[in-house]
Design a protein around this ligand. Structure first.
Ligand code: DQA
Length: 147
């Protein structure tokens, strides 16, 4: 395997499919994971795909990623806009981080326009629905090739 990628999903993303489908689309998180698995296998990446509603668990997973993974892909859900703890965890590990959002957070309420995760991320993909995760995997593969 060329690289190990950890995809982390934050709160309420387990509700995709029924949660505000006009904003987030009809795909479930399982659908997105399946597409990511297919894309990762084409790219020669190994993939671990997780979701938690708990801030501390996400922080634990980021900490544990050091030495175990090569790239982080993070959709922190609402913690994007609130969690200094998650930002600090991402900064504490020596791993490239790619931020993903299903929706275009800059087109929505003012409070969604600020992202703590962005302060530690190489870049952000937002507004392409579940396809954004596949784009992030492409970016991860490119980062690892150019390393
Ligand atoms: C989200 C955007 C966040 O503002 C929101 O709290 C989410 C999902 C997205 O993927 O578009 O839970 O991260």
């Amino acid at each position: 395997m060329a690289g190990k990628v950890l995809v982390l999903n934050g709160p309420n993303l387990n509700m995709l499919g029924t949660r505000e489908p006009d904003v987030y689309g009809a795909e479930t998180l399982n659908d997105i994971e399946a597409k990511c698995r297919a894309r990762a296998s084409v790219l020669g990446l190994s993939l671990d795909f997780r979701q938690s509603n708990t801030e501390g668990e996400l922080v634990d997973w980021v900490q544990q990623a050091q030495g175990a993974f090569d790239v982080l892909i993070v959709n922190a859900g609402a913690y994007t806009h609130t969690s200094v703890a998650l930002l600090d965890a991402i900064k504490a590990v020596d791993l490239p981080c790619i931020e993903v959002h299903l929706s275009n957070i800059h087109q929505r309420e003012e409070f969604r326009r600020h992202s703590y995760v962005s302060k530690a991320a190489i870049g952000m993909i937002a507004g392409f629905g579940g396809f954004g995760y596949e784009m992030a995997l492409e970016a991860a593969a490119r980062l690892l090739t150019n390393k």
